[in-house]
Design a binder for this molecule. Structure first.
Ligand code: GAR
Length: 202
């Protein structure tokens, strides 16, 4: 079987990337292979994780381009040169325009650290999501994996998992629990599901 070629886009620590790498090693991801990791930050620890796993890396920084459109053009070129079938946004902190998302319709997935439609959309990323959940006083939060379209966090939902909020939680404690109990589990499962669908359509 020809596996789906996966590119993972990152900006930071890359624990979700690590979960994907581990899932490929253990066979949870079997229909796809991670062939490229792209970061928009040259110092992202996620790049080190990719190098350790022997995965090709690229850095594409917005500030090196004259505007968001040229930045996205370079991203598209890099992804196409890699013959990418599936793009996974794993802590990628850039909002992508309709030009980009429609170019890869139903071939981009994202992990978001809340139960969409709560605490999502523009301005909700990373720790801010958990700060907002704690400020609202919700008792349950979680993570969502969804297809990416032109609406930030607005694409079709693929998987969700709920996580309890406990007394004394700080944003950092809650972030860690949501990663461990939800993100690192549902992202690899969704990656396998979508990869399988892509390979079956060929
Ligand atoms: C993760 O919690 C991910 O869900 C979140 O950023 C973190 C990245 O951590 N993404 C968003 O908030 C996107 N809106 P990681 O680099 O360790 O995977």
């Amino acid at each position: 079987m020809n596996k789906a070629r996966i590119a993972v886009l990152v900006s930071g620590g890359g624990t979700n990337l690590q979960a994907l790498i581990d899932a490929e090693k253990s066979g949870i991801i079997n229909s796809g292979e991670i062939t490229l990791v792209i970061s928009n930050k040259e110092d992202a620890y996620a790049l080190r994780r990719a190098e350790k796993a022997g995965i090709k890396t690229a850095v594409v920084r917005k500030k090196d381009f004259d505007g968001a459109s040229a930045f996205e053009d370079r991203l598209i070129e890099t992804l196409e040169n890699n013959c990418t079938d599936l793009i996974i946004l794993a802590g990628f902190m850039c909002i992508l325009s309709e030009k980009f998302t429609s170019h890869f319709e139903k071939r981009i997935i994202n992990v978001h650290p809340s139960l969409i439609p709560s605490f999502c959309g523009e301005g909700f990323y990373g720790l801010k999501v958990h700060e907002a959940a704690l400020a609202k006083g919700v008792k349950v939060t979680g993570a969502t994996v969804h297809f990416v379209n032109e609406i930030p966090d607005g694409g079709e939902i693929i998987a969700q998992k709920a996580v309890e909020i406990l007394d004394g939680d700080t944003p950092e404690i809650l972030q860690k629990r949501v990663m461990e109990q939800a993100e690192w589990i549902i992202l690899p499962l969704a990656a396998e599901k979508v990869s399988k669908e892509i390979t079956e359509k060929r």
